[in-house]
Design a protein around this ligand. Structure first.
Ligand code: 13P
Length: 287
């Protein structure tokens, strides 16, 4: 059931669990995530980066695929189709294409410009029934060629953006996209607590979910994180399972080269990873 993400994250915030955002890249990714969320009776957010949107030939294709698949698989759990780290133009393109949720990432802009553009996009998306995520304090690592430094957001700026009426807020707390370096100091829980104290009931978003130790995830949820984004970890397990299949020579046995067979171990690996995360985030049976 396609919905915006506002209600599911309000419930998560009140219930002290988090909803997973899993990024999609193609049909297999989408199907694996939807089927796993349905199996676990959990709400779920499908994240689409600008790069992945382009890869799938555009947001219109993505929206059409997700809507049709949601229907044909008989998905009854709440599913949000969400633009991940969108720029201003991408937000409008996704609104037009039929996404149910957008993220405007103005974190690299001067604060006044982030504030002004977020204000406008909150008004437009709410008028049309979409939910909107904003970002303060760039998330580190590399995503679609944009490199952030893993800074910690200023709690005052978080409050100003939260007060604009965004539905959920991504705030840097030392998190980084991609695999964490060995010398990563861990999440800044002091920053998270300070942001929470300023933003009240606002559901907070933790980006860079890949590789954050389970105890830090659990602590972040207890301090007010209601949405956790995972991308790289699904890519890694997909690649590992596919490599194993090919290295075992299975693509050369019978019709093992059939894409439906070749991509199956990777798709199953994504299902297992998404299940592990949904259980860790505590959203089982919260649909
Ligand atoms: P990872 O790729 O580190 O899991 O981060 C995902 C993310 O934050 C998407 O916005």
């Amino acid at each position: 059931m396609l919905v915006n993400a506002a209600e599911m994250l309000k419930k998560a915030q009140a219930g002290h669990y988090a909803v997973g955002q899993f990024n999609i890249n193609n049909l297999e990714w989408t199907k694996s995530i939807l089927e796993t969320a349905q199996k676990l009776n959990s709400p779920v957010i499908l994240g689409v980066s600008m790069g992945a949107g382009k890869y799938m030939t555009g947001y219109k294709t993505v929206a059409a695929m997700v809507k049709a698949m949601d229907e044909s698989l008989g998905i009854t759990v709440p599913v949000a189709l969400h633009l991940d780290h969108g720029d201003y133009d991408a937000c409008y393109a996704c609104i037009k294409a039929g996404f149910t949720s957008i993220m405007f990432d103005g974190s690299h802009l001067p604060f006044e410009e982030n504030f002004a553009k977020t204000t406008e996009l909150v008004s437009v998306s709410h008028k049309l029934g979409l939910s909107i995520e904003a970002e303060v304090g760039a998330i580190g690592g590399e995503e679609d060629g944009v490199v952030g430094m893993g800074e910690c957001a200023d709690p005052e700026e978080c409050k100003k953006i939260a007060d604009l009426g965004v539905d959920f807020l991504a705030a840097g707390i030392g998190n980084i996209h991609g695999v964490y370096p060995a010398n990563w100091p861990g999440l800044s829980f002091d920053t998270l607590a300070a942001i929470k104290a300023k933003t009240g009931d606002m559901p907070l978003v933790l980006h860079g979910g890949t590789g954050i130790p389970d105890d830090q995830i659990t602590k972040a949820i207890s301090l007010g994180v209601s949405k956790i984004n995972v991308n790289t970890e699904c890519q890694i397990v997909f690649a590992e399972a596919t490599r194993k299949y090919i290295e075992a020579g299975k693509d050369q046995q019978g019709k093992g080269f059939d894409p439906r067979k070749l991509l199956k171990p990777g798709a199953e690996a994504i299902c297992a990873k998404v299940e592990e995360k949904i259980r860790l985030f505590g959203s089982v049976d919260k649909a």
